[in-house]
Design a protein around this ligand. Sequence first.
Ligand code: SAM
Ligand code: SF4
Length: 341
Amino acid sequence: MDQLKTTELQSSKPQLIDRFGRHITYVRLSVTDRCDFRCVYCMAEDMTFVPREQLLTLEEMERVGRAFVQLGVHKIRLTGGEPLTRRGVLQLIQGLGSLEGLRDFTVTTNGSQLPRFAVDLKAAGITRLNISLDTLRADRFRQLTRTGHIEQTLAGIEAALAQGFKRIKLNAVILKNRNHDEVLDLVAFARERHIDISFIEEMPLGEIGDHDRAEAYYSSDEILRDLRTRYDLQAVNDQTGGPSRYYKTLDHDSRVGFISPHSHNFCGDCNRVRVTAEGRLLLCLGQEHSVDLRRVLRAHPLSDEPLIATLKEAMQIKPQGHEFQLAEKPILFRHMNATGG
Ligand code: SAM
Ligand code: SF4
């Protein structure tokens, strides 16, 4: 018994440390690159997805998650693509949700499948949800997602609220002249529901063919300026283990976050890595450095030791930071849905 406790304690100590002394304790697992939406900043209208046989199986994803937790990772976020559209995803969530040492288990979703999944997600151990919502107007929602219906996502938000998750956060990508005039309304929507909201600067991932990203750039500072016309927002030191910087008003519990890859680089305290649906470990959102975990998983179906060794070695190639430049062609061919946002 004592020995088991010692092993557990050892395994929860961070063991993934990169060349810059950063401890990796947070992993984003992309469950699929497919999605029921085609958001204009994320995908091109016509997308080619990864053939199904090249995807990690759900069992392989669970092995990856387990290995990371053994190495001291205590936060896993499932993302995609739309994670809740992958068949059998609940089985994966239940498996990961029962891992000792996993303290924070979250999903990022467009909300469309939440009416049918919210109850099971809560039961399986999901602690927090991020739900993407860029606009409150049905016509704009259709334009920005190309295929989505706002009623579905709004129903998903209400279904999640009814389950009483520890925290729900909305994510809104703000584009100039598309939805920048809605930031006050979006904050009001979040505050009415006592949930958080983060505003995200668009990142230049993949050719999207919809708009010029430099022209559509609307900075976090501009958003904050707009919000301060109504709300007395003060910076707070809340850390959720992600890249958001948070603000609050004294009279309310809803937080307003900013994810600002252009205007406030967050690489210095990066604590995370990503795994694509094909099992490629991405060491940085904005760089190509990666390691093929699928090959290791399939070469060693019965032992996780080689996988664990590969994860440790990979820390040596985690780059110092991203180099996003809006005015230039995307530096990466990967779209956000393939990266796992
Ligand atoms: N489908 C889910 C969703 O939309 O929440 C999860 C995957 S999506 C890629 C994760 C997050 O990335 C979403 O909040 C989305 O708005 C954001 N995102 C997608 N493309 C982006 C881009 N080019 N720049 C910044 N954020 C982006
Ligand atoms: Fe799908 Fe999310 Fe990308 Fe929109 S942002 S296309 S919902 S993966």
